[in-house]
Design a protein around this ligand. Structure first.
Ligand code: G6P
Length: 529
């Protein structure tokens, strides 16, 4: 294709959404002239399924749940008045709470004001707040936000250690839809102890976001936490950023929550459009289908040319992979669907993995995200008349061209700026694209049965550790091999897990397990005390 033909193709296929200042360019995807028409029946069915979902159908059949994240930015579209009230009440109470915190009406016992937020959560209860805080935050925010999103002890020490004295003016927000996620529970307990060690009452510094009656909800009530904000079963974790999960930290941080919700609402309106050429969510879904043959054969590389959008790929990794990575179709057939997502930011990535994108295995398509506005205010010239922002654009266009020359497909999303409106719109765009794509490939995007297997297996590992420790204590000073100990606890087939447990136990002083003998598994001996 000549440059001239490409320019024609660009103009023909450019999808512009004036209400949110966003455009999607699919000209560098090599779909044929009849592709969109050929997909029309499937696309219409996807629109119908989305319509039913928005009207309150059970769109998550396995869990028999409705899927209501679109109502969070348009409560008037809720299928029942009670849901609308629940959403608007939540929004008003979050806003009022943040106002009281900022005004010092809700204040810590031993400091004048809360200045820091510590968010404890994982997966959908952390990734959205992390993206929003990083994309929209600055040192001028009303409060600074920190995160504990793992059960890594050193990670917790690092974050809590950095807060240090400021813990006295830190409001901890524990977020868990289910209220039973172990990583979050552990982070909460360790945070509670950090407060206690400084003579601070944790409950007077803590807020929960969780489902009614959950383990976390009960804990918060028993320990007289400041507040609990609701989470509902009709909002999935990975689409919960516009529920209290995202609004509580965003309001506390002092971000433009109204703009964020309005951007999403406007994008929702634009992506209900049935004319595919005018609907960026439908086009994204169709391009994913085209690129991967409807089988996820190509990875989605997300390349925003903007530091503030660096977490976009991490956020989309959960949204896309947890939604689309499914073994079974809606009819129960084994389909093993999914699309792998990765990326960081340009031009930084150009100095890392872009080499492979241009010359290596052609198993991906890129989505460039271009932000027109360079910065607040003017830029200096760094070379001739050129600014740093001119360079960023140059590198983006240069990389895109270099990929195209080698037959590597890409799309470009162009936005005006990284405002709350834009971030809300981008999230809404991808939420709908994922929902539509799921319909195109006939899977349930709203459950995550695969995640449970790992959690159950982890539970069995900890059970095994319990047995092992009792045995080691009973056997006192006798040094035994992993194989012997696995026999002793009646789990001879679990020798490898037993070895891994012993290796970890003896590397840490918590349980008094000692290791002797050689480095290889068969040579190592373990004993208590
Ligand atoms: O909010 P929670 O109930 O603590 O869940 C946190 C996360 O954990 C699970 O493993 C799910 O796979 C995620 O979708 C969810 O967002």
């Amino acid at each position: 294709m000549t440059e001239r033909e490409l320019w024609e193709r660009y103009q023909r296929h450019l999808c512009v959404v004036p209400s949110v200042g966003l455009s999607l360019d699919i000209s560098r995807m090599n779909f044929g002239a009849d592709f969109l028409d050929g997909m029309r029946a499937r696309t219409d069915a996807a629109f119908q399924a989305m319509d039913a979902l928005e009207k309150g159908a059970i769109a998550n059949p396995d869990e028999k749940r409705r899927v209501g994240h679109y109502w969070l930015r348009a409560p008037e579209l809720s299928p029942e008045p009670e849901l609308k009230t629940a959403i608007t009440d939540m929004q008003a109470s979050v806003e009022a709470f943040a106002r009281d915190v900022h005004a010092g009406k809700v204040k810590p016992a031993k400091a004048a004001r809360f200045t820091q937020v510590l968010l404890v959560g994982i997966g959908g209860s952390a990734l959205g707040p992390q993206l929003v805080a990083d994309a929209l935050g600055s040192h001028r925010d009303a409060m600074q936000v920190h995160f504990l999103d793992n059960t890594d002890p050193d990670g917790m020490d690092r974050t809590l250690g950095a807060l240090g004295e400021r813990l006295a003016e830190t409001l901890t927000v524990v977020i868990s839809k289910s209220g039973g996620t172990k990583e979050t529970r552990n982070g909460m307990l360790e945070t509670e102890r950090a407060y206690q060690q400084r003579g601070l009452d944790f409950g007077a510094h803590a807020v929960a976001v969780t489902g009614d009656g959950s383990e976390l909800d009960q804990y918060a009530k028993q320990h007289h936490w400041l507040r609990t904000f609701p989470m509902w079963d009709w909002v999935g974790g990975r689409t919960s950023i516009m529920s209290a999960v995202g609004l509580v930290p965003a309001r506390l941080q002092g971000l433009d929550v109204d703009g964020f919700l309005a951007g999403a609402k406007d994008m929702d309106a634009a992506t209900r459009e049935r004319d595919v050429a005018k609907n960026p969510a439908a086009l994204l879904a169709l391009m994913w289908f085209h690129a991967g043959g409807g089988r996820g054969q190509k990875d989605m590389v997300i390349l925003p040319y903007k530091d503030r959008l660096m977490l976009m790929s991490k956020y989309l990794q959960q949204l896309v992979m947890e939604s689309l990575g499914k073994e079974l179709s809606l009819d129960g057939q084994v389909v093993n669907q999914g699309i792998a997502v990765y990326g960081n930011k340009g031009s930084t990535d150009q100095h890392a993995y872009v080499q492979q994108l241009r010359e290596g295995v052609n198993n991906f398509f890129v989505t460039f995200v271009e932000v027109l506005k360079d910065r607040d205010g003017k830029s200096m010239a760094v070379e001739g008349d050129n600014t740093s922002g001119d360079y960023l654009l140059g590198f983006f266009l240069g990389t895109r061209r270099a990929l195209f020359e080698k037959g590597r497909e890409s799309m470009t999303l162009t936005v005006q700026d990284v405002s709350a409106r834009t971030v809300g719109a981008l999230i809404a765009l991808y939420e709908r694209a994922v929902g539509l794509y799921a319909s195109l490939v006939n899977i349930n995007a709203y459950h995550q049965p695969g995640v449970e297997a790992g959690k159950k297996a982890a539970g069995r590992v900890l059970e095994l550790q319990g047995k092992l420790l009792s045995k080691l204590k009973a056997a006192k000073a006798e040094a035994r091999s992993a194989d012997q100990l696995a026999q002793d606890i009646g789990a001879p087939d679990e020798a490898e897990t037993v070895f891994k447990l012993l290796e970890h136990l003896s590397a840490n002083g918590d349980h008094g397990v000692k290791r002797s003998g050689g480095q290889r598994p068969a040579e190592a001996r373990f004993q208590a005390g």
